[in-house]
Design a protein around this ligand. Sequence first.
Ligand code: FAD
Length: 436
Amino acid sequence: MNDLEPADPVVTNPRRRVVIIGAGFGGLACAGALGDTDVDVIVIDRRNHNLFQPLLYQVATAALSPADIAEPIRRTLGRYRNVHIMLAEAGGIDVETKQVKLKDGGTVFYDQLVIATGSDYNYFGHDEWQHFAPGLKTLHEARRIRHRLLLSFEKAERTKDPAERKALLTSIVVGGGPTGVEMAGAISELGRSMAHRDFRSIPASDLRVILVEAGPRILAAFPEHLQAYAVRHLEKMGVEVRLGAQVSDITAEGAVIAGHMVPAGSVVWGAGVKASPAFRWLGIEGKASGRIPVDAKLRVEGFKDIFSLGDTSFQPDKNGAPLPALAQVAKQQGRYLGKLLAKPGAIETAKPFHFANRGNTAVIGRNAAIFDFGRWTLKGYFAWILWAIVHVYLLVNFEKRMLVTVQWIWRYLTRQRGARLIDENDKEDVAPAIIR
Ligand SMILES: Cc1cc2nc3c(=O)[nH]c(=O)nc-3n(C[C@H](O)[C@H](O)[C@H](O)COP(=O)(O)OP(=O)(O)OC[C@H]3O[C@@H](n4cnc5c(N)ncnc54)[C@H](O)[C@@H]3O)c2cc1C
C-alpha cells in the first residue's frame, strides 16, 4: 500500500515534497516555516497532538489537566493549505527509493526528509523498571504518575498499619536533572497540601519525597551556586536529596537506593535520555545515546536530502559537545531549516545554524526557580515569576495561555489542585503491588 496514491491531491501536484517525521517543538516549527510556500509538506506523527513537555510535571502532580498542555497538530497546522498531516508511526526509511516506511505498512515518498523524532527515557538496560517507574515523556505517563500518587494517598488514609502508611506516602524521584527537581518539589507540595486539608489520617510527618542523583550534584548544567540554592530550597520543602547514590533495582514495592530497599508508593524516572531510534533507519552509528550526526546546516552526514533536528540530532557546538536537548534548540533549528527548505537551492548558500541561547531554567517549587543566562543568573521569587511568564508565552496558542494563566493564579491564591482525578479504569494499570 502506498499512502499517496495518484488520486491523492499531493501526488497530482508535482511540486517538491518535504516530509517531516515528528511534530514536536522542532518538527512543528519547521512545518510552520514551510506553511503557505510553494512546497508540499507532509507531517507524520504517531500522536495527533503536540505536547508541551516542560509542563508535563504539572499534569503528573494534578496542577493542570492533559488538555491544557496538548494541542491537536491539525489545529496548529490546518491553516496552511500546503501542509498535510498524517497520523502514523514511521518505522524505517528506504534511502534508495526515497520513501518513509510506516509501521502500518504504508509508505510516503519524499524529495527532502526532516527527522525530528525527539528522545525517549533511557533505563540503562533495565527496561523492566519502566513499569514501576514511569518517565515523563507522554500524557499517558504523566497520568500514570498522577494516579499512582493519588491512589497511594487514598490507601494510606485507610490503612491501620503505620509502616505501610509510611511506605505509601514515600515517593522516590530518580535523577537530579530539571525534570527530577521539578517533580520532587511538586510532589512535596501536592502531598503537603492534600495531607493538611483533604485527608484526616495522614500526618504530614509521614510524607517523604526522596530525590536520588547518582552524580555529585543535581542540575549538572547549572552553575554551582544555583545548584546549592536548589538543594537548600528542596530540603526546606521537605525533600531528601541523596547525592552520589545509585538506584540498583526498582520493583512494585519501591527502589533499592545505595544498596538499601526503600519501600515507596510511587517511583518516578527522570534519570537518563536517549535519542529516538531513527539513526538505525539510516543504517548509521548514533552519537551520544543515539543522536544523528548533522552538519552546520542540519544535513545528516552522508545524505544529501535528509536533515535532522532537535533532541534526535547531534549538532556540535564550538567545543564539540552536542547542543543541549532543549525545546529552544529544537524550535530555532526547525524555523531555520523550514526557511531554507522553502527556497530551492537555499541550503547551499545559507549561513550555518547558530543557536541563540535564551537562558536555561528550572523551577523548584512555589516562589522558587533558577535561571542561567550565561553572563548572569537569577534565583528565587523573581526567577519564578520569569519562569511562569516564559512558559505561558511558549504555550502554543492564546487559548492555552489564558487557560494556564487563570489556573495558575487560582492555584496560587487557593493552593488547590483541580486535576486530582483517579480514573477507575486506570487503577489496575497503575497500582503498585503495595496497594492491595
Ligand atoms: C518532562 C520534560 C520537561 C522539559 N522541560 C524543558 C524546559 O523547561 N525547557 C526546555 O527548553 N526544554 C525542556 N524539555 C526538553 C524539550 O521538551 C525537548 O528538548 C523538545 O521537546 C525537543 O523537541 P523535538 O522536536 O526534538 O522532540 P519532541 O518535542 O519530543 O517531538 C518529537 C515528536 O516526534 C514524534 N515521533 C517520535 N517517533 C516517531 C515515529 N517513529 N513516527 C512518528 N512520529 C514520531 C513524537 O510523537 C513527537 O511528537 C523537557 C523535556 C521533558 C521530557
